[in-house]
Design a protein around this ligand. Structure first.
Ligand code: AMP
Ligand code: MG
Length: 403
């Protein structure tokens, strides 16, 4: 048996970040930028008003309090070009975002005036620079807006668009083909005869891969037939960056994934010291990386988290491949097999002081328990029993659920 960490390291050694491509801006959300994004002009691009009001000369207000009456010589909406130069005794009506005209050095908000159209009476003593947003005060021309290696978020999308870019260089979404195998499987919605099983893994894996940032193609159940599986594999390898299969990698008869890939070569099947999810395989098919997961749905999910998600993140160019582990207090005692890392499912509550309750027992078929879980409890290889009230390591999955 190989440890989880050694297996993951070996598998990841065969996975490379995908070459950068040009990505339309909105498609880049969550992707890693591979170029420095630099402002192409000052931001803001010109001195402009931060209020609806009047652009005036502060020198017209020397002498302090009282009312000042000015002649209105221009009317500037946002988008206005170069306005009339403001000379002593004059003002321009100005809206938020409009360029401040030459001669004016401050803006008086409309609330402090009578709102006049040809002349305006002003009841304030403005100071130079008041209510003017200066060119470049946010970011000067040529400044580094988003450094290479950043992940595109909603917030920096606004900045990238403001840098006048409609597409940027990023690592692309890996094209991940998800394939469930098993002659007992039927697609949801189809007639289910006695002994047949509804395919849930292809949905589970497709959703998990999409959540991890992949562009997913889901293939419905493929029979445990050497020829059928071979044909499906060859067809889909042509358009994939990564293939994920579920089922057919155990020690039994009809473990077709293992049979086919062992015959072809290029894929290694190993027993990983983990529970659930012991039988695993990885390698390449027609040059395309493949990860073969065991078929029990909980094993499939845990294996995805342990191995496939890090592989997808590596292809995406992320620096952090693993979710962080945190500490929680466990509310019930649980046992764990000696020599294997257990990934138990748990329900996590609390913020700073986390509590976790095991859910769904330890069966790798317990889909109901999986659906109630929002974390994975990680019990080290050397630990065989965890008592209620003690601290355990957990992987918090709640962030994905909030998205
Ligand atoms: P296998 O890994 O192919 O030996 O499958 C182990 C168990 O998981 C069997 O009980 C299968 O019926 C079940 N199983 C395999 N694939 C799926 C799937 N896609 N959806 C639901 N159950 C599955
Ligand atoms: Mg099977």
């Amino acid at each position: 048996m190989i440890s989880v960490d050694d297996y993951r390291a070996r598998m990841l050694a065969g996975i490379s970040p995908l070459p950068p491509t040009t990505t339309p801006l909105l498609n880049s959300l969550g992707l890693v930028v591979t170029e420095d994004i630099v402002t192409s002009r000052p931001m803001p691009g010109f001195d402009n008003s931060s209020m609806d009001g009047y652009a005036v000369r502060s020198s017209d207000f020397v002498g302090g309090a009282g009312e000042v009456v000015l002649t209105v010589v221009d009317d500037l909406a946002a988008g206005a070009g170069i306005g009339v130069t403001i000379t002593p005794g004059c003002a321009a009506r100005i809206m938020t975002g409009a360029p401040v005209p030459a001669g004016a050095d401050c803006v008086v908000p409309i609330e402090e005036t009578d709102g006049g159209a040809s002349t305006v009476t002003i009841r304030a003593t403005p100071t130079p620079g008041a209510y003017i947003r200066l060119a470049g005060e946010d970011l000067p021309h040529g400044s580094l807006a988003v450094p290479r290696g950043s992940i595109v978020t909603t917030r920096n999308l606004a900045l990238i668009a403001s840098c006048d870019l409609s597409a940027i260089k990023t690592r692309p979404r890996p094209r991940v083909v998800v394939m469930s195998t098993g002659s007992e499987l039927v697609a949801p919605g189809d007639a289910v005869a006695f002994g047949q099983v509804v395919d849930c893994n292809s949905y589970l894996l497709a959703a998990a891969a999409a959540e991890a940032g992949a562009a997913v193609t889901r293939i419905g159940p493929v029979n445990d037939s050497f020829d059928e599986f071979t044909a499906a594999l060859e067809q889909h390898a042509a358009n994939a960056d990564l293939i994920i299969t579920s089922g057919g990698v155990s020690m039994g008869a009809y473990d077709t994934v293992k049979e086919v890939l062992t015959a072809r070569g290029g894929v290694e099947f190993l027993k990983v010291a983990m529970n659930p999810g012991m039988p695993q395989g990885f390698g390449r098919v027609d040059g395309v990386p493949i990860i073969t997961l065991p078929g029990n749905p909980v094993s499939t999910y845990v294996s995805f988290e342990a191995f496939v998600r890090p592989a997808i993140r590596k292809m995406l160019g992320h620096a952090a491949l693993l979710r962080p582990e945190r500490t929680a207090t466990i509310t019930e005692s649980i046992t764990s097999p000696s020599g294997k890392r257990q990934f138990a499912r748990g329900t996590l509550t609390g913020g700073d002081r986390l509590e976790v309750a095991p859910v769904g027992g330890q069966g790798s078929h317990v889909i109901g328990g999986l659906s109630r879980a929002n974390c994975i409890i990680v019990i080290p290889e050397t630990v065989t029993e965890v008592r209620a009230g003690s601290s355990v390591s957990i992987i918090d999955l709640r962030a994905d659920d909030d998205e």
